[in-house]
Design a binder for this molecule. Structure first.
Ligand code: FUL
Length: 582
């Protein structure tokens, strides 16, 4: 009888402090390690660097690729100084050209006269990554416009061998990028990809490599190329019945994940520091500003996503100085924002704690593996930070302990000012990391209430910062005119002039409300109009809704230009800039 009582007490005590049970889809260790990298650098490099194309045709001669001074150590030094943890290189883009010699293809650096056919970009980059303590990853496009087998079942074996060669020649590979793009069109070649074969090949050589595609399995596309993860962003995704590419879930699903998704497939936000993915001299003055890069950081890393920022190499084979200087300024800005955690030195308490091991103080100890958790079933638990003296901040960082799954559905941030509580944010998901942008407040205490969760919250970290650098340009969205889909835009000069082209920039805010195709006319008097372009498209604009500069074949003499949208993503559109280029 006594023994039974002891055993009973033992169970009771253990129950008091036992760890919360995991909930829902869970990450592998490799996925947790990957997410902790937070920011990586993408490098687009290949024949397009020399032709100015975004998508090569596959017919480029091998000599097209001719970097005059390849320096992968400079890429690695730049990446490291900018805080990236790894580099992913376009080893083979859609044009099929391989940046490393391999026997599977006859369209590689070995067939070019660069370094007399002895060059190997993957060798140089993987060595440089090792030297600089960075991880090395590869983008190898499934879509191939050069390989004669593409569109036949034989291509799957060709592609497997390509993967095999790249994955067995350069040491560890932390990420394999499977791009879902295919521009073959309805009458083009159709390739039925053997995904299990490809995944098996990567897994065989690098069991911990994260495989990117629209639907994972390691991580998923975030659904746009503009650097924005969903404000609600679940790392779980329903993948059954979907394939990468045309068979992928809708882009807004990729952007937010699925609340009860069956598999852990966190979002990776890929975006370029320039308008295009490949280097062009003409874009040297269009490298994203520090402010824009900070916005991207907040809307990717700060929304439970990894950021993969593309910094293309130029025709020398260098990261161009405009980009590297910008990256250093971006790094300095992040360092200054995130140097002083204003939660440190505060006293912290919780409305409920499941045991000493899960104390609220765990959120302030800098150790991701220790976390606060309340009892199962505690309703709307909260944590409160109280400062010795009022503190001023505008960023609230929260991290869930994701080995237990993504659990929090919504939370509220309140601050105590003048003795009363006021709400400054009400948000949904947290995940690995959430950075909430709040108004600047000076408060004597902060309270975070977990309004809704699928299982008791498990919170690793709570931090507070003051950002005096970032200006939220999205606040200005309301300033932009919203127009109905066919309403034209008119730009008028003071006098008649030779107009070289025009610029159109969609309002910030996403893929909705973007002009896809248009008619462009000119006029001397604003009454009689002459067609310049009867129907033209802004290529890739829905995925990448950035500034578009369109140059006319010959300058147009006019005082007015008029753009009439023919196809718009949505019922209305909003514009931040429409103007003539002289
Ligand atoms: C897209 C590609 O089509 C672009 O060229 C670029 O490589 C981007 C990262 O992925 O799907």
């Amino acid at each position: 009888m006594r023994r039974l009582i002891y055993i009973g007490m033992g169970v009771l005590l253990a129950g008091c402090s036992s760890a919360p049970k995991p909930y829902g889809a869970l990450p592998t260790d490799a996925q947790v390690q990957w997410q902790m990298m937070e920011t990586n650098m993408f490098v687009h490099f290949g024949p397009n660097t020399f032709t100015g194309a975004e998508w090569g045709t596959g017919k480029e001669i091998e000599d097209t690729f001719y970097p005059t001074d390849l320096d992968c150590r400079q890429w690695a030094a730049t990446a490291r100084a900018a805080g990236f943890k790894g580099i992913i290189i376009t080893a083979k883009h859609h044009d099929g050209f391989c940046l490393w010699p391999n026997p599977v293809s006859s369209h590689t650096v070995a067939q070019s006269s660069w370094m007399n056919g002895q060059g190997d970009v993957l060798r140089e980059l993987s060595d440089a990554c090792r030297e600089y303590g960075l991880k090395f990853g590869v983008y190898i496009s499934p879509w191939d416009r050069n390989d004669p087998h593409y569109g036949t079942p034989e291509y799957n074996e060709v592609y497997r061998k390509t993967l095999e060669h790249a994955h067995t020649s350069y040491g560890d590979v932390f990420e394999q990028w499977f791009d879902g793009a295919c521009g073959e069109g309805p009458t083009g070649k159709k390739q039925v990809y053997d995904w299990p074969l490809f995944h098996g090949e990567v897994r065989k050589h690098h069991p911990n490599a994260i495989m990117f595609s629209d639907i994972g399995p390691g991580c998923r596309w975030v659904g746009n190329e503009s650097g924005r993860a969903g404000r609600t962003n679940w790392s779980a995704l329903n993948v059954t019945g979907f394939t990468p590419g045309a068979g992928a879930p809708p882009q807004d699903t990729l952007n937010s994940g699925n609340v009860h998704g069956e598999a852990w497939v966190p979002a990776e936000t890929d975006v370029s520091i320039r308008p295009g993915w490949f280097y062009r001299d003409s874009e040297n003055d269009k490298v994203k500003s520090v402010n824009k890069l900070l916005q991207i950081y907040y809307e990717s890393v700060g929304r439970n996503s990894l950021l993969l920022l593309n910094v293309p190499a130029d025709t020398r084979g260098h990261i161009h100085e405009v980009d590297s200087v910008r990256l250093m300024a971006y790094r300095a800005a992040l360092d200054s924002i995130f140097s002083a955690d204003l939660a440190q030195g505060a006293s912290i308490s919780a409305s409920d704690t499941r045991g000493r091991k899960f104390a609220a103080s765990n959120m302030l100890d800098g150790d991701y593996c220790s976390y606060w958790a309340p009892h199962d079933g505690a309703s709307t638990p909260s944590i409160t930070l109280t400062f010795p003296e009022p503190r001023t901040f505008n960023r609230v960082v929260l991290q869930e302990y994701i080995p237990l799954g993504q659990r929090v559905k919504s939370f509220t941030v309140e601050v105590a000012t003048d003795g009363s509580w006021q709400t400054i944010a009400h948000e949904t998901t947290i995940g690995y990391k959430r950075i909430v942008l709040t108004p600047t407040v000076t408060a004597s205490a902060v309270r975070i209430t977990f309004d809704d969760a699928f299982a008791c919250p498990a919170i690793s970290s709570l931090q507070l910062y003051q950002d005096n650098i970032y200006r939220d340009e999205n606040q200005a969205v309301a300033r932009f005119d919203t127009k109905s889909a066919a309403e034209p835009l008119v730009f008028s000069l003071e006098n008649i002039a030779d107009i070289a082209g025009f610029r159109y920039t969609p309002a910030p805010g996403g893929q909705e409300g973007v002009i896809i195709t248009y008619r462009l006319e000119s006029s001397l008097d604003g009454t009689a109009w002459t067609t310049v372009h009867a129907e033209k498209m802004f290529d890739n604009i829905v995925n990448n809704p950035v500034e578009q500069d369109v140059t006319f074949d010959v300058p147009v003499r006019a005082r007015h230009i008029r753009l009439t949208p023919l196809r718009v993503s949505g019922d209305t559109y909003a514009v931040s800039d429409f103007s003539a280029i002289l």
